[in-house]
Design a protein around this ligand. Structure first.
Ligand code: HEC
Ligand code: HEC
Length: 304
């Protein structure tokens, strides 16, 4: 409650809380004491709808008793627990503490489970149903918003369930991607390629690499300009995992397919980021996740 720079609001809340409890007690006291004038037949004398009359009975004792207990309980609660402005209560209980204890308990219980998996190579963890159940949860909570709940990705977010990898396919490389994150940088290349016509020609050459529909005259003209690209994408555009440069000779397109998409990425470049999970997830969690992700594209190995 230290969000305020003075005690005013804390006191205000405390006073309002105590005030309303006192008012309840006062109301109870006044009502219990006062007695409305009553006729000989113990009614208030009012008659509605011809014969509906209001009897004047005192409030039942058990009801008053309950009301008093409620008030006493309320006051005792406010002494023990935080409820009066910024007063922390005699028990010093807090939701943050409770949460921290819960987390610590969960961690204690899970530690041996994770320890067993951490001692196994990823290829074996991928075959453990218990580990894969944990991996699925971790993936849905931490990764699915970008890579999709089936890990098949979408435009700009790589498919993790196929055998096409930007940064490497081994469990170690996958772990590296998750732990430290990845930044794929494709610089704007139009100036290095030449005129807009040259850019269009290179784009057609790129399309020809994967046997996609293209203009073969333009592709022939663009081939020599591709040397500017080969530094990253490799000769023949087969990609380079060390630079995160995608294979342009397959039919997997991260940023869209076709002449327009390729021209656009040559002109404007692209910076794409996978956020580092180090610090957010423990090493053991990342080990399980890496095994889980690796398992997608190695189903045959995991379950022969
Ligand atoms: C904010 C979005 C985002 C989240 C969350 C995210 N990723 Fe990624 N991830 C990306 C992007 C974007 C890339 C591609 C980076 C690049 O272009 O080099 C990527 C790349 C990867 C790669 C490398 C793929 C390859 O082809 O080499 C792996 C593995 C990966 N992510 C796994 C995960 C896992 C596991 C999680 C959950 C802990 C996760 N990602 C969470 C956006 C995300
Ligand atoms: C400095 C290295 C570098 C150079 C030079 C480079 N690229 Fe790239 N390119 C990349 C990287 C890295 C990516 C992936 C960006 C990402 O992580 O999303 C990429 C992505 C692409 C894509 C998108 C692929 C897909 O799957 O959607 C195309 C197309 C492409 N580059 C074409 C070219 C062409 C054509 C040239 C030459 C004119 C070129 N690149 C030069 C690094 C480079």
């Amino acid at each position: 409650m230290s969000d305020f720079f003075s005690d005013f609001w804390s006191n205000y809340v405390a006073l309002a809380t105590l005030g309303s409890i006192l008012l309840c007690a006062l109301l109870l006291w006044v009502v219990a004491r006062s007695s409305a004038p009553s006729g000989a037949d113990n009614t208030t004398g009012h008659v509605w709808d011809e014969d509906l009359r209001e009897a004047n009975n005192p409030m039942p004792r058990w009801w008053i008793g309950l009301f008093v207990i409620t008030i006493v309980f309320g006051l005792a609660y406010l002494v023990a627990y935080p409820g009066l402005g910024s007063y922390k209560g005699e028990l010093a209980w807090s939701t943050a503490d409770e949460y921290g204890k819960d987390q610590a308990r969960a961690k204690r219980e899970l530690e041996p489970v994770y320890a067993a998996f951490a001692a196994m190579p990823a290829e074996r963890v991928a075959g453990e149903p218990a580990a894969m159940a944990i991996g699925e949860r971790l993936f849905l909570n931490n990764c699915a918003q970008c890579h999709g709940s089936d890990a098949r990705g979408s435009k700009g977010f790589p498919n993790l369930a196929d055998s096409d990898w930007l940064h490497g396919s081994t469990p170690d490389k996958i772990k590296e991607s998750i732990t430290g994150g990845r930044t794929g940088v494709m610089p704007p290349m139009a100036a290095a390629v030449g005129t807009p016509e040259d850019v269009k020609n290179v784009a057609n050459y790129v399309l020809s690499l994967s046997g996609s529909p293209h203009d073969s005259v333009r592709a022939g003209l663009g081939k020599s300009k591709f040397s500017a690209c080969a530094a990253c994408h490799g000769i023949g555009g087969v990609g380079n995992p060390a630079m995160g440069a995608p294979n342009l000779a397959d039919k997997v397109w991260l940023h869209g397919y076709g002449q327009e998409a390729i021209i656009s990425i040559i002109n404007t470049g692209k910076t794409n980021q996978m956020p580092a999970q180090q610090g957010r997830l423990t090493e053991a969690q990342i080990h399980v996740l890496a095994s889980y992700v690796w398992g997608f594209s190695n189903k045959a190995v995991v379950s022969p």
